[in-house]
Design a protein around this ligand. Structure first.
Ligand SMILES: Nc1ncnc2c1ncn2[C@@H]1O[C@H](COP(=O)(O)OP(=O)(O)O)[C@@H](O)[C@H]1O
Ligand SMILES: O=C(O)C1=C[C@@H](OP(=O)(O)O)[C@@H](O)[C@H](O)C1
Ligand SMILES: [Mg+2]
Length: 173
């Protein structure tokens, strides 16, 4: 199987993805990390030097190459991945997408600690600014995220919770 984690920055796609890959004994890849490896520079550097449009094109290209290379994978996408270049349709056609629907308040708590390393959040001064930006971003992206067949609404979605979701999904699919 291919399991794709989608959702807002800070939702835990990378963190939970790694743990799920161990539980299901599947290879794990993180789309951002793969872009960084291929570009030999950080996501922040890519945004600063070449802009978001360039990043989105690379993101779409690397996504397609990873899917072609890996029939079995847990893949953590970036927060914007499903919203550009028909990536969501590709994810829905080639694997099972899991939306980590974490409340904004929890995202704010987590991201305040790491905002400086995330280009779309780096320029925000405080928690109120971060919360406003996240609410706006979610309002625009929800329509994409909600098309995932699996959704975890727990503030901290665990491996156990995903295993239960998957078991229920497999029983009805
Ligand atoms: N379930 C969790 N509980 C608490 N903190 C978490 C959880 N998942 C992720 N985090 C923290 O939130 C931040 C963002 O997590 P990350 O996995 O990078 O999210 P994403 O890949 O969705 O942006 C990290 O600092 C991580 O340690
Ligand atoms: O939300 C976004 O548009 C982005 C999220 C990031 O990934 P995470 O969701 O893993 O932070 C990364 O792909 C890039 O900074 C853009
Ligand atoms: Mg991530």
């Amino acid at each position: 199987m291919r399991l794709y984690l989608i959702g807002m920055p800070g939702a835990g796609k990378t963190t939970l993805g790694r743990a799920l890959a161990v539980a299901y004994q599947l290879p794990f890849l993180d789309l951002d990390e793969e872009i960084v490896r291929r570009e030999q520079r950080s996501v922040s550097e890519i945004f600063a030097q070449d802009g978001e449009e360039y990043f989105r094109q690379r993101e779409a290209d690397v996504l397609r190459s990873l899917i072609a290379e890996h029939p079995q994978i847990v893949l953590a996408t970036g927060g914007g991945t499903p919203c550009f270049h028909h990536n969501l349709e590709l994810l829905l056609e080639t694997g099972l997408a899991l939306y980590l629907a974490v409340p904004i308040e929890e995202l704010v708590r987590r991201l305040l600690a790491v905002a400086a390393t995330r280009p779309l959040l780096a320029s925000l001064p405080d928690a109120a600014g971060l919360e406003t930006r996240l609410r706006e971003t979610l309002a625009a992206r929800q329509q994409f995220y909600e098309r995932a067949p699996l959704r975890c609404t727990a503030p901290t979605c665990s491996v156990d919770a995903v295993q239960q979701l998957l078991a229920r999904y497999s029983a009805t699919a």
